[in-house]
Write a new protein. Structure first.
Ligand SMILES: [Zn+2]
Length: 249
């Protein structure tokens, strides 16, 4: 009797442990949390000061308008910190045809979007080429979004060799700006989606950034200066174009 009882206890114990384990299911929340922590570390590696990073429910926002989704794919390897770009570029194959889909919420600014695209596509000796697509296959979605007062829009850095997936425009907020300023906002966010950072990083408080080779220093006329919602440069500056040529020859 004794000899039969003990194996039964052990069997029950094994079953209980196994059943308990499977009942817990996949630990998705922990994985999401871990990835968000990786994203947070990536932002720090890029040199953005903690004071310039705000955490939201599903993303971190750096310097007011650069979105890092918490579920983004974090580039592997040590990050190179650069003045004008993240070190994570759009691949040569993808940059020649960046497919932009205009969400229905943004079609009222089609003219501004076309103007912004024309600026990037006109840079000589640079392979950046944006096209508007209407189908279900696209690389970047531009969409209206209420980002609160003081924020014109937000962009997303590239990852995995693809342009950042989203551009959000605070349409109601910029509606009162001039056409040139509305187009500037779109052109500026498009710059983030191909890896451009804020040219005026130093005055914003970043300390670890270095230059795109041959294109360093400050540039008051850069369209990629940050914190100039509604008042910044409306055309890509000579240095903006030089940086684009170096990054995407
Ligand atoms: Zn910006």
């Amino acid at each position: 009797m004794k000899n039969m009882f003990f194996p039964l206890v052990i069997l029950l114990a094994i079953c209980f442990t196994a059943c308990k384990k499977s009942a817990e299911g996949p630990d998705a929340p922990q994985t999401e949390y871990d990835n968000a922590q990786k994203v947070r570390a990536y932002i720090r590696d890029l040199g953005f000061p903690d004071s310039e990073v705000v955490e939201k429910e599903n993303e971190f926002i750096a310097e007011g308008d650069i979105s890092f989704p918490k579920n983004m794919e974090v580039p592997s390897g040590k990050v190179k910190t650069e003045q004008f770009y993240t070190g994570s570029l759009v691949s040569a194959a993808n940059v020649v045809n960046i497919r932009l889909k205009v969400d229905a919420s943004m079609t009222s600014m089609n003219s501004e979007i076309s103007s912004a695209i024309a600026q990037w596509n006109a840079i000589s000796g640079c392979s950046i080429n944006w096209t508007i697509v209407t189908g279900s296959s696209y690389d970047v979605l531009i969409v209206d979004s209420n980002l609160g007062s003081g924020v014109c829009g937000s962009g997303t850095f590239p990852s995995g060799g693809r342009a950042g997936s989203t551009i959000r425009i605070n349409k109601a907020y910029i509606a009162g700006n001039s056409f040139a300023q509305r187009a500037r906002t779109i052109c500026h966010e498009m710059g983030h989606n191909v890896s451009f950072r804020h040219t005026n990083w130093s005055s914003i408080g970043e300390s670890s950034a270095t230059s795109v080779p041959g294109v360093g220093g400050t540039d008051a006329s850069s369209l990629m200066n940050g914190g100039q919602c509604g008042s910044g440069a409306t055309v890509l500056s000579t240095k903006d174009k030089q940086a684009a040529q170096v990054l995407y020859p």
